[in-house]
Design a protein around this ligand. Structure first.
Ligand SMILES: [Mg+2]
Length: 269
């Protein structure tokens, strides 16, 4: 891998900076593929606050149609808590990974989560909650295996939020800071969306299929790289530098493309 990157650098071309292709040029076969999807910013538009997102019957119908088309090899891989995804997508009985892989529901069962220093996590959460009370410009999102500070309504305090959270995990063996869209999150080092995908792909009916993963955020980049290494297809929603192979403009254009795939080729594709 190192050797390949050096070569690309030498010739002035790096896969990390190559322009992704337009998603409309990609045909998605139904057979032999597994579809793994981020949630916020991918299936639904990002809202002012995490709880203000709009999820309608159209999204739920789309997911159920996709599940049929891909023989149930469809999963949601989100940074949100699993129970929130379940709430927004009530009726979707497929696989869901929450908390960047910390939580997993498959085949109707909640599988054991990760090992984590919960005492240390509680200390971190208390400090972050206190920060959010003192400075109401931020919104704290309590997660099962981490905590997030959102500053979407006040982008000018990005550095303040980052520096504060960084000070809580500097030299911490178990937890780390992760940047997201207008938010910073503290999460266990041992989890990532790549890890979530790796785990999901060991289950039936995912095993042996080619993985297609779509996401919109910095936190999805590790998943894009992993999927690329697996020989799968990575799709970036929206603008920004990415290692994904394909790009589409928004959740709306992504869903239009998904529906077109179903209509154009059906299950025989
Ligand atoms: Mg997202």
């Amino acid at each position: 891998m190192e050797q390949r990157l050096d070569y690309y650098t030498l010739i002035g071309f790096s896969p990390e900076t190559a322009a992704p292709e337009d998603l409309d040029s990609l045909t998605l076969p139904a057979q032999g593929t597994a579809l793994l999807l981020d949630f916020d910013g991918t299936l639904v538009d990002i809202a002012e606050t995490p709880s203000a997102i709009k999820v309608g019957a159209r999204e739920r119908t789309l997911l159920n149609d996709l599940s049929k088309r891909h023989d149930n090899a469809v999963a949601i891989v989100s940074g949100r808590n699993l129970h929130e995804i379940d709430h927004y997508l009530s009726g979707f009985t497929g696989t869901i990974s929450g908390g960047h892989g910390a939580e997993l529901r498959h085949d109707g069962e909640h599988l054991p989560g990760i090992e984590c220093d919960f005492e240390q996590l509680e200390h971190i959460k208390s400090a972050v909650m206190e920060f959010a009370i003192i400075d109401p410009r931020v919104i704290a999102e309590d997660k099962s295996f981490g905590i997030v500070l959102h500053y979407r309504q006040h982008p000018e305090i990005e550095c303040k939020v980052r520096d504060f959270l960084k000070s809580l995990v500097d030299d911490d063996g178990d937890f780390e800071l992760q940047a997201a869209k207008m938010a910073f999150e503290i999460k266990p080092k041992s989890i990532s969306k790549a890890m979530a995908i790796e785990r999901i792909m060991t289950f039936e009916p995912f095993r042996g299929r080619t993985v297609i993963y779509a996401g919109d955020d910095d936190t999805d980049e590790v998943a894009f790289r992993f999927v690329n290494e697996l020989g799968g297809t990575s799709i970036k929603i929206g603008e920004g530098p990415t290692t994904a192979r394909y790009r589409t403009a928004s959740p709306a254009t992504f869903k239009t493309w998904l529906r077109a795939q179903s209509r154009a080729s059906g299950r025989e594709a």
